[in-house]
Design a protein around this ligand. Structure first.
Ligand SMILES: [Zn+2]
Length: 80
């Protein structure tokens, strides 16, 4: 019985590995170019990037209050 699951194309697999670095801005320009070129022609990866971006944004939102609290605490103790 054949599976319904689509095998991702090699380009999608390669770009998929680059997307988190791409979102973090840690990808060199050559890598960003590869990602952006592929995103222009691949809706699956564009959608995956959007989902990844939403997850990263949610994580940052969760992490931020703690970082702010720590920063405020540090400032308060340094002032005294
Ligand atoms: Zn793709």
């Amino acid at each position: 019985m054949a599976t319904e699951r689509q095998a991702p194309c090699p380009e999608c697999a390669k770009v998929g590995e680059l997307l988190s670095d791409y979102l973090d801005g840690e990808l060199p320009e050559s890598g960003r170019w590869v990602v952006e070129l592929h995103l222009g022609s691949c809706t699956a990866c564009t959608q995956f990037l959007a989902e990844l971006a939403a997850t990263v944004t949610a994580l940052h939102r969760l992490a931020r209050p703690d970082a702010v609290t720590r920063a405020l605490r540090g400032t308060a103790s340094a002032r005294s």
